[in-house]
Design a binder for this molecule. Structure first.
Ligand SMILES: NC(=O)c1ccc[n+]([C@@H]2O[C@H](COP(=O)([O-])OP(=O)(O)OC[C@H]3O[C@@H](n4cnc5c(N)ncnc54)[C@H](O)[C@@H]3O)[C@@H](O)[C@H]2O)c1
Ligand SMILES: [Zn+2]
Length: 364
C-alpha cells in the first residue's frame, strides 16, 4: 500500500494521509482502530455502491469489532441536494450520532461531496473518512477538502472546505466501473499530465487505448501520480487563492459545454473538449509549440475522449455560459493556457474573437 501524506496549513491537526493499494478494505479497518478517528462509524453510500460493496465494507469493519451503521441514498447527482443532506442529518440524529461519530464516504464524487458537507456542519463538524470508488473521486474529488451540494440555481453553490481524516483508495473498486465513468476520471488524469507531469503524460501516451482495459498495476501508478499532483497543488493553496487555479485547465470551456448541453455531455467529455480548445488557443497565441499541441490532441483521441464539440451546441451559447462561470474574477476571463506540456500559466484575458474562432473551429 502506498502512502501519500498531505500537509495542510502547517498544522498537523489538519494533515492526513492518502492510502493507495489493491484490496485494502481489511487493512483499512485496522487503521481505523489504531487511529481512533471515531468511537463509532456510519457509512454513507449511494444505491449502486451499496449493492456492490456495502455489505463487504460494513462486514469487514464489524469483523474487527467496530460499531458500524450505514445510510444510503439514490445514486446520481440529483442526490447532492439540500433535501438529501437534511434527510441524512435527521437520520444521524435518530441514530444518536454525536461528535465522536465518524462518517465514511463510500462512493464516487457525489457521495464524497455530500458526506464531507454533512460532516462539516453536523454538530459544528464531525470527523469523516473518504473511501472513493470512482476513478474521478480517487484522483480528484476525494483530495483537497472541497465539499458541496447543488441548488436548483447552480452546482456546488453551498459548500465548505473541510478535510477528511484519511483517504483510502482501493483500486479493486474500479473493476466494476462503467467505461464512461472511467473516462471521466481519465480526463482529469490527462489534465494532471498536461499541467504538471510530462512523465505521466508519456506514460499515458505509451498506454494509449489500453488504459481503458484497466490494467490494475498501470492504474495504480497513474492514480498514485495523480494523487501526488493534486495533493501538492492543494498543499500550496488549500482554499484556491492562486496556484490551485491551474487545476481548472480545460474546465472554463468544459463547464460551459457541460451546462450548455444540459449535462447531456459528461464531465470528462466536456473537459476533454475544453482541454483541446485551450491547447489550440495556447498554440494560436504562440505560447505552445505545434508539436506539443498535436501530442495533446492525439492522446485525448487515443483514450477515446472527444476532441470535437457537438454541432448542436452554438458557439454563442458556450461563450455566454463562460462569462457566467462563477470562477471568473472581475470582467476578464481567467484562462489556464500552456507554454509546454507540464508548464501551464494563468492569463487574465484572451481575445474574445480568437476564443470564439477556436470554439467555432472545433464544432463537428
Ligand atoms: N470536491 C471536489 O473537489 C470535486 C472535484 C471534482 C468533482 N466533484 C464532484 O464529483 C461529482 C462527480 O463524481 P463521480 O464522477 O464520481 O460521480 P458519482 O459519484 O455520481 O459516480 C458515478 C456513478 O458511478 C457509480 N459508481 C461509483 N463507484 C462505482 C464502482 N466502484 N463500480 C460501479 N459503479 C460505481 C455511482 O453509483 C454513480 O452512478 C460531481 O458532483 C462533482 O461536482 C467534486
Ligand atoms: Zn473536472
Amino acid at each position: 500500500m502506498n502512502r501519500v501524506k498531505v500537509h495542510l496549513d502547517k498544522k498537523t491537526a489538519s494533515s492526513y494521509e492518502i492510502y493507495i493499494g489493491k484490496d485494502i478494505i481489511d487493512r483499512m479497518g485496522l487503521l481505523f482502530t489504531q487511529k481512533k478517528w471515531g468511537g463509532r462509524y456510519i457509512i454513507l453510500t449511494d444505491s449502486i455502491v451499496l449493492a456492490l460493496y456495502g455489505a463487504r465494507m460494513q462486514g469487514a469493519l464489524r469483523e474487527i469489532g467496530l460499531h458500524v451503521d450505514m445510510i444510503d441514498f439514490p445514486a446520481g447527482e440529483a442526490s447532492k441536494d439540500i433535501r438529501t443532506a437534511l434527510r441524512i442529518i435527521n437520520q444521524l440524529m435518530e441514530m444518536k450520532a454525536d461528535r465522536t461519530t465518524a462518517l465514511i464516504a463510500l462512493g464516487g464524487g457525489v457521495v464524497g461531496d455530500l458526506t464531507g458537507f454533512v460532516a462539516s456542519i453536523y454538530m459544528r463538524g464531525i470527523p469523516y473518512i473518504q473511501v472513493p470508488t470512482t476513478l474521478l473521486a480517487q484522483v480528484d474529488s476525494s483530495i483537497g477538502g472541497k465539499t458541496g451540494i447543488d441548488l436548483s440555481t447552480g452546482k456546488n453553490v453551498l459548500g465548505t472546505f473541510y478535510q477528511p481524516k484519511g483517504v483510502f483508495i482501493d483500486l479493486a473498486f474500479l473493476k466494476t466501473l462503467k467505461l464512461q465513468e472511467l473516462k471521466n476520471g481519465l480526463a482529469e488524469v490527462v489534465k494532471y499530465g498536461i499541467i504538471d507531469d510530462p512523465e505521466l503524460f508519456s506514460t499515458l501516451e505509451a498506454m494509449g487505448k489500453d488504459i481503458v482495459n484497466g490494467n490494475a498495476d498501470l492504474l495504480e501508478e497513474i492514480v498514485t501520480r495523480s494523487c501526488r499532483i493534486k495533493k501538492a497543488i492543494v498543499e500550496i493553496d488549500e482554499t484556491e487563492q492562486g496556484v490551485r487555479r491551474i487545476l481548472n485547465f480545460g474546465h472554463t470551456i468544459g463547464h460551459a459545454i457541460e451546462t450548455e448541453s444540459n449535462y447531456a455531455i459528461s464531465h470528462g467529455d466536456a473537459v476533454a473538449m475544453g482541454m483541446v480548445a485551450s491547447t489550440i488557443l495556447s498554440e494560436r497565441m504562440q505560447y505552445l509549440s505545434a508539436e506539443d499541441k498535436e501530442r495533446i490532441i492525439a492522446l485525448i483521441r487515443a483514450i477515446g475522449l472527444p476532441d470535437r464539440i457537438p454541432a448542436n451546441l452554438t458557439s454563442d451559447g458556450i461563450f455566454a455560459r463562460m462569462q457566467g462561470d462563477k470562477k471568473k474574477t472581475g470582467a476578464i476571463l481567467n484562462f489556464v493556457l500552456l507554454k509546454k506540456i507540464g508548464v501551464p500559466f494563468v492569463t487574465n484575458g484572451v481575445p474574445e474573437q480568437l476564443l470564439r474562432a477556436v470554439i467555432a473551429g472545433l464544432k463537428e
